[in-house]
Design a protein around this ligand. Structure first.
Ligand SMILES: *[C@@H]1O[C@H](CO)[C@@H](O)[C@H](O)[C@H]1NC(C)=O
Length: 397
C-alpha cells in the first residue's frame, strides 16, 4: 500500500506527461518538418564532430631563455638576371666580422634566360675561393690551349704577396691575394693569369645568365645579416667592401624571386612571409633590404614531440644605388637580409578538445532543433486548421 503511494508521488515529477496514442494525428506538414529538421540535425552534428576531432593549438608567450643554439637559415632564391660568376654571398653577425667559419651548405646553379639549369650545382664558399674549382679550371685551360704550365711554377701576385700566399698561379689566386690585402681588383686585363684564363671572356659569356642560390646556413643565434651582391667581397680596415670594378660596365639587375626563406624547421600551419615573392628591379642596380624579426617558436605535438623553430616578420626597403663603385659609400646593389632576434618566444601546444564540450554541443543541437521544429509544426498545424474552418464557414453561408 505504502509502495503504491510512493510510486504515485514520484509520478508527479514527470515533466513529460504523455497523451494517449488515439488522440494523436499524423499530418503531412509534420512529416515535412521532421525530415527537414532531421537533415539539419545531422548536418550540425557532423560539423560539431569534425570540430571535436581537430586539435586545439594553444599559443603561449615566454621570454626566450634558451642559450647557445644555432640558427638555421634555409633559402632558395633565383636571380634571373645575375650570373653566378658575378654573385657573391656573405654572412656577417652583429660584430661585423665576416663569418667564414659558419657551417653552411649553399649551392649556386647557373640558369639560362628561360630559367632552366645549365650547370651542376656548385657549393659556394662564403668569402673564400674554392680550391678544387680553380684546379679544375686550370686543367681545362691547359687542355684547351695546349699550353703546358710548370706545376712548380711561382707566379707573381702583383705586389699582394703575403707570408702564406707567395705564389699566385691563377686568376683566382691573384684575386684572393688582393682581397686579403684589401685592395681593389680593378683591371683583370693587365694580369697575366687572368688573361690566360680568359677571365674577362668568362664574365662576358655569363652576362646573359641567371643564378639560382639554394641551401642552408647555420649561424650563431645573434643578430646578423647575409647578402647577395655582385663582386667579390673583402675586409678593408674592418669594413666590408665589395669589389665591383672587374664586373662594371653595366647596371646590375637585382631582380629576384624568393622561392623560400625560412629560419628553422617547419611546423603545421607555419607561414613564411617571403615565400614565393617576385621582386623586379625596375631601375637597375638597386639595393633591396629586408629587415627580418625572428620570433623563436616551439611547437609541441600531441605525442609530446617538440619542434624548435622560428617564425619571422619582415619589412622591405628598396633604393637605387648611385653606381660609384668599390667603397659602398652610397650603398651597394644587392639583396640584403638583416635579421634580429625577438626576446620573446612563442610556444604552441596541441591539445585534444574537451569531450564534455562536444557532448554539450550535441545536446544543444538535438534539443534546439527539436524545439524549433515543434514550434514550426504546431504553427503549420493550427494555421491550416484555422484556414480550413474559414473555408467551411464560407461554404455554409
Ligand atoms: C630587370 O629584369 C626584369 C625581369 O627580367 C625586368 O622586368 C626589368 O625591367 C629589368 N630591369 C632593368 C633595369 O633592366
Amino acid at each position: 500500500m505504502a509502495v503504491q503511494d510512493v510510486w504515485n508521488r514520484l509520478r508527479q515529477f514527470d515533466a513529460y506527461p504523455k497523451t494517449l496514442e488515439d488522440f494523436r494525428v499524423k499530418t503531412f506538414g509534420g512529416a515535412a518538418v521532421t525530415i527537414v529538421s532531421s537533415i539539419i540535425m545531422i548536418t550540425l552534428f557532423i560539423s560539431e564532430l569534425n570540430f571535436y576531432l581537430t586539435k586545439e593549438v594553444i599559443p603561449e608567450l615566454y621570454v626566450d631563455a634558451t642559450r647557445g643554439e644555432k640558427l638555421k637559415i634555409n633559402m632558395e632564391i633565383v636571380f634571373p638576371k645575375m650570373a653566378c660568376a658575378y654573385l657573391s654571398i656573405d654572412a656577417m653577425d652583429i660584430s661585423g666580422e665576416q663569418q667564414l667559419d659558419v657551417d653552411h651548405n649553399i649551392f649556386k646553379r647557373r640558369i639560362d634566360k628561360t630559367g632552366t639549369p645549365i650547370s651542376e650545382a656548385e657549393k659556394e664558399e662564403l668569402g673564400k675561393k674554392e680550391e678544387e674549382e680553380s684546379e679544375k679550371k686550370e686543367e681545362d685551360q691547359k687542355e684547351e690551349k695546349k699550353e703546358v704550365l710548370d706545376p712548380n711554377r711561382c707566379e707573381s701576385c702583383y705586389g699582394a704577396e703575403t707570408a702564406d700566399l707567395k705564389c699566385c698561379n691563377d686568376c683566382e689566386a691573384v684575386q684572393e691575394a688582393y682581397r686579403r690585402k684589401g685592395w681593389a681588383f680593378s683591371d683583370p686585363s693587365n694580369i697575366e693569369q687572368c688573361k690566360r684564363e680568359g677571365f674577362a671572356e668568362k664574365m662576358q659569356s655569363q652576362k646573359e645568365e641567371g643564378c639560382e642560390v639554394f641551401g642552408y646556413l647555420e649561424v650563431n643565434k645573434v643578430a646578423g645579416n647575409f647578402h647577395f651582391a655582385p663582386g667579390k667581397s673583402f675586409q678593408q680596415h674592418h669594413v666590408h667592401v665589395h669589389d665591383l670594378q672587374p664586373y662594371s660596365g653595366g647596371k646590375f639587375n637585382m631582380t629576384h624571386h624568393v622561392k623560400t626563406l625560412s629560419f628553422g624547421m617547419e611546423y603545421p600551419g607555419m607561414e613564411n612571409p617571403l615565400d614565393n615573392t617576385k621582386i623586379i628591379d625596375v631601375k637597375g642596380s638597386s639595393m633591396f633590404q629586408y629587415f627580418v624579426k625572428i620570433v623563436p617558436t616551439t611547437y609541441t605535438k600531441l605525442d609530446q614531440s617538440i619542434t624548435r623553430t622560428n617564425q619571422y616578420s619582415v619589412t622591405k626597403h628598396e633604393k637605387q644605388v648611385t653606381t660609384s663603385f668599390s667603397t659602398g659609400e652610397h650603398g651597394l646593389p644587392g639583396v640584403f637580409v638583416l635579421y634580429e632576434l625577438s626576446p620573446l618566444m612563442v610556444k604552441f601546444k596541441e591539445v585534444n578538445r574537451s569531450f564534455m564540450h562536444f557532448l554539450t554541443g550535441v545536446c544543444a543541437i538535438i534539443g534546439g532543433v527539436f524545439t524549433v521544429a515543434g514550434l514550426i509544426d504546431s504553427m503549420i498545424y493550427h494555421s491550416a486548421k484555422a484556414i480550413q474552418k474559414k473555408i467551411e464557414l464560407g461554404k455554409a453561408l
